[in-house]
Ligand binder design. Sequence first.
Ligand code: FES
Length: 80
Amino acid sequence: MKVVICIGSSCHLKGSRQIVERLQALVQEKGLEDKVELGGTFCMGDCVNGVNVTVDGVKHSVSPETVDAFFEKEILAKVQ
Ligand code: FES
């Protein structure tokens, strides 16, 4: 599974760095390093909906407040 977080300037201002760090921690906590590949990308051209995160190409709008729920629903639930 490939998870790509937008680190463009607009998404950065909305907390993409916290989201990256939280996702890294959660992936490690659940031992999913072999299954989940985290990456970053520059502006996805959809700043209004940022922070944008794609999971196998499907775009989601995530914030530092919703990152845990996002991880459970879109990553943990689908990866096994
Ligand atoms: S900076 Fe993330 S979509 Fe533009």
